[in-house]
Ligand binder design. Structure first.
Ligand SMILES: [Zn+2]
Length: 367
């Protein structure tokens, strides 16, 4: 069996953060470290910024919003910084990297934060209530979120019950109900929170100074676990006919784009980081092109099964128990496969996305 020790991506939070910090210094980047406060004082969100402060174009690459998915985005960021510096940037372009937006999840092997919040459902627009759930979520709650410690039959019985559910309600409805985001089941999967999370409050404080000087921004938020094995998809929260989507097509081609009206891999969500940023920084100020850069791993049922098992163990098993450790290991594999060929290809694809993103915001290019 392959181990993460043989592979180029580290799933260890401290090692990944040390590498990012070293790479930022080596590249000559301005860096910062935002602590999560007294309860999680060893956990930080780190930044690196390269290029002039008043650069017109900005490439913003964020990682680890979904904790356990963080090692890939982290390795893409560190590798890029290790191989580049300000001299490699066209004039008028800056790079902003934010490392481990959910450091608790990265460090402990969770997709959610310390409050069980799915951070990519937590960035609601001002005045939008932290309430409500897809109608089918309540029906699926006992299947998704068993309120008992993990038992020997869990893994065996989940898949047949999930397959039955899919045939009963249809895949699109089930996918939407499960992953669209819910605000009523605080221990459940894909819980968007009952208020602004620690991460969203930190970003609200710090991001304006880092982003507002730019006139054209491309924001790639790196995720894993959605889409076909070892394939990257740019999920764009805009229709195919939108100017945003047309700009993405020009830079990235059509093969890996999934606009929101396509019959693609995604579902509609509330409270995504990118929508919040595009609204906060884009409207009336600058061109803010955002995509969730997803790297596919295992089939959806395998990923969901691992998420469910880890969530059950997190809430109902002892944190040092074998059941919890096993569930975490399974979740890490579901989102960051140990297979070195998966890792190498994902890193190469990440570098290619970065290079294209720089071209995307180059002021010498016509808008
Ligand atoms: Zn994700």
């Amino acid at each position: 069996m392959l181990s993460h020790r043989d592979a180029p991506i580290s799933t260890d939070y401290t090692a990944a953060r040390d590498r990012f910090r070293r790479a930022a210094i080596q590249a000559g980047a301005a860096s910062d470290s935002w602590t999560l406060g007294p309860v999680e004082d060893d956990l930080t969100i780190d930044t690196a910024r390269l290029g002039p402060e008043d650069a017109e174009g900005l490439v913003f690459l964020s990682s680890g919003l979904h904790g356990v998915e963080g090692p890939l985005g982290s390795a893409i960021q560190s590798r890029w910084l290790e191989g580049n510096g300000p001299r490699q940037l066209p004039s008028g372009v800056a790079i902003l990297m934010i490392h481990a937006l959910n450091p608790f999840g990265f460090a402990t092997g969770r997709r959610f934060d310390a409050e069980n919040i799915d951070l990519n459902r937590n960035f609601l627009q001002p005045g939008e209530p932290y309430q409500g759930s897809p109608p089918l979520y309540g029906t699926l709650d006992p299947l998704l979120n068993p309120a008992a410690p993990p038992g020997p039959w869990d893994a065996l019985t989940f898949q047949p019950r999930a397959l039955w559910t899919r045939s009963r309600y249809g895949m699109p409805a089930v996918k939407q109900a499960i992953a669209g985001g819910q605000y009523d089941y605080p221990r459940g999967l894909f819980f968007g929170g009952h208020g602004a999370s620690l991460t969203s409050r930190i970003l609200e404080n710090h991001l304006p100074a880092l982003i507002e000087p730019a006139r054209r921004v491309i924001h790639l938020d790196v995720h894993t676990g959605l889409g076909p094995w070892n394939t990257e998809t740019l999920l764009i929260h805009a229709p195919r006919s939108s100017p945003t989507c047309r700009r993405f097509v020009e830079t990235f081609g059509t093969d890996r784009l999934s606009p929101m009206d396509a019959d693609g891999v995604a579902y509609q969500t509330r409270g995504s980081l990118g929508d919040w940023c595009a609204h906060r920084f884009g409207v009336g100020r600058c061109t803010y092109d955002y995509a969730c850069a997803e790297f596919g791993t295992y089939p959806a049922i395998t990923v969901l099964s691992a998420l469910r098992a880890e969530n059950q163990a997190f809430h109902f098993a002892d944190h040092n128990s074998p059941a919890r450790r096993q569930a975490v290991a399974r979740l890490r594999e579901a989102f960051i496969p140990a297979d070195p060929s998966w890792q190498r290809r994902a890193l190469e694809a990440g570098r290619d996305l970065m290079e294209r993103a720089i071209v995307h915001v180059d002021p010498r290019r016509s808008p």
